[in-house]
Design a protein around this ligand. Structure first.
Ligand code: BES
Ligand code: MN
Ligand code: ZN
Length: 496
């Protein structure tokens, strides 16, 4: 193929573990010309085919491509479709800084790596790899890829693989849409602007969208959401997106609820100034829901979905709520008064906005709930920056999420819930308090939300540890990760 760069994957087939076991890189292609062009360097032992390791050959002998890039998938036993997503991203991130703006990615030929899912993963990986967070640099050069082509062996079903590729394209672009929102600073992406961007996206893809503010919060008696919003000069935004596929009149209604705190100072329980700038990403859960809705609108699963994003700043102010205040959350209906919440720490604001978001989604008819939030620092203490936290009040609902993770390749780890944890947030003055102490902080936060999910099947995703990447990786830039979008989307599709 005539291309500035042809990327081909390789794996390490060595199974021995002894001290003299050398890596055995093997190309995942049946193409004799590619194999022969790479033979000498692969035999040299310089390239181990470790995951996302790269090796560049200029003017490869016998090929039309100007360059041959070999990308490692890692040890054979550990290779999966998810390694292919990474490899595609790595190929893109290798190319960008070198000014290479077009490439052909050869889908691996291996019977445990089916071409359809690989094509989808490659497209996702390519888009994800293409994103850089340097939006506001005056000397910014747009080095985005202009063409990414996936090449499959002649024997594979073209139209099926093309469909899968297109699907990955939608998913990757939607994940990047989320990342671009999360990347925006608090002064640019106010709650109002967040609502505008959601509405603009909704218009583009044909979703129903409403953005409400202060008045609606009062009308719905959203005392928990308002208690956070009352301390900011910026009005809150209650963003509601609806996906209603034609002809689907019964079955589940999935409720996606996102924390959209566009900046979290902590409020009166103010945060230390070190790293406070990071709190612009405290709307990542809401942005994940909006990105997932974008993909849902384009992929059109046959299931109804409602997204509710509660957007506000959390600020200290003369009007801000104080520790000790008691707030009344939104009532589900006239005969069921809202629960009372004792505010212990105004920095535990995410659970407050989500409490009313969950109730509102139920009032709008959601039969199953999923929420995503950068809710606690404690989830990072528990799971590191490797797994995000997941909680659920229903095993069957969680089983569907677990299955979605197989497709998305995202890492979530299920955490426990239970009455002993629920006891930790009982209040002396009211129904519950908004913090449960230092220990098990991510779990007591989840227990707080569970109070509002009540008997509706519900999943809670605490993405605080993963929504912002501190380090560059070969396949993704540091900065906003877009975590959650792919898994939430796949969970939704599992109900169609
Ligand atoms: N937005 C933070 C959680 C967070 C921490 C997100 C680090 C991303 C990175 C949340 O609103 C918060 O402040 N949580 C408190 C809860 C505490 C007061 C019970 C926390 O984790 O310290
Ligand atoms: Mn906070
Ligand atoms: Zn927060």
């Amino acid at each position: 193929m005539e291309t500035p760069l042809l990327a081909v994957t390789a794996m390490d087939t060595q199974t021995a573990k002894g001290s003299d076991a050398r890596p055995q890189p093997d190309l995942l292609t049946s193409d004799a010309a590619v194999k022969s062009a790479a033979a000498a360097i692969l035999n040299s032992g310089e390239f181990k085919a470790a995951a996302n390791e790269t090796l560049l050959i200029h003017s490869p002998v016998g090929l039309k491509a100007a360059r041959l890039l070999i990308v490692g998938l890692g040890k054979q036993a550990k290779t999966s479709v998810h390694s292919v997503r990474g490899a595609a991203g790595t190929a893109v991130r290798f190319s960008k800084p070198r000014g290479i703006r077009e490439l052909v990615f050869a889908l691996p030929e291996a019977d445990w790596l089916p071409p359809g899912p690989c094509a989808r993963a490659a497209a996702e990986g390519a888009f994800v790899g293409d994103f850089d967070p340097d939006t506001y640099r005056s000397d910014r050069k747009d080095l985005s890829l202009q063409a990414f082509t996936a090449a499959a062996h002649a024997s594979v079903n073209n139209s099926k693989v093309e469909d899968a590729f297109r699907e990955g394209w939608i998913v990757g672009m939607s994940q990047n849409f989320t990342r671009s929102l999360v990347n925006e600073p608090g002064n640019k992406l106010t709650p109002t602007e967040f609502g505008r961007r959601a509405a603009a996206m909704a218009k583009e893809v044909g979703l129903h969208c409403e953005v409400f503010s202060t008045e609606k919060l009062h009308e719905l008696k959203m005392g928990a959401f308002w208690s956070v919003a009352q301390g900011s000069e910026e009005p809150p935004a209650l963003i509601v997106l609806r996906y209603e596929p034609a002809g689907v009149k019964d079955g589940p209604v999935l409720g996606l609820v996102g924390k959209g705190v566009t900046f979290d100072t902590g409020g009166i329980s103010i945060k230390p100034s070190d790293n406070m700038e990071k709190m612009k990403y405290d709307m990542a859960g809401g942005a994940a829901m909006i990105g997932a809705m974008r993909a849902i609108a384009l992929l059109k699963p046959r299931v109804r979905v409602i997204a509710v994003v509660c957007a506000t700043e959390n600020m200290p102010d003369g009007k801000a709520q104080k520790p000790g205040d008691v707030q009344t959350a939104m009532p589900l209906s006239a005969d069921r008064p809202g629960k009372t919440i004792e505010i212990i720490n105004t920095d535990a604001e995410g659970r407050l906005v989500l409490a009313d978001g969950l109730t509102y989604a139920r009032q709008l008819g959601a039969t199953h709930l999923i929420d995503a939030a950068t809710l606690t620092g404690a989830i990072g203490v528990a799971l590191g920056m490797i797994n995000a936290g997941a909680f659920a009040n229903d095993d069957d609902t969680y089983a569907k999420f677990q299955a979605a993770l197989e497709v998305s390749g995202e890492k979530f780890w299920r955490m426990p819930l239970g009455d002993e944890y629920a006891d930790m947030i009982k209040s002396d003055i009211g129904d519950i308090k908004n913090t449960g102490g230092r220990y098990g902080g991510a779990i007591t936060a989840a227990e707080f939300l569970k109070v509002f999910a009540e008997d509706t099947p519900w999943i809670h995703l605490d993405i605080a540890g993963l929504a912002w990447l501190e380090e560059n990786k070969p396949f993704i830039a540091k900065g906003p990760s877009g975590v959650g979008v792919r898994s939430i989307l796949e969970w939704v599709r599992s109900y169609a």
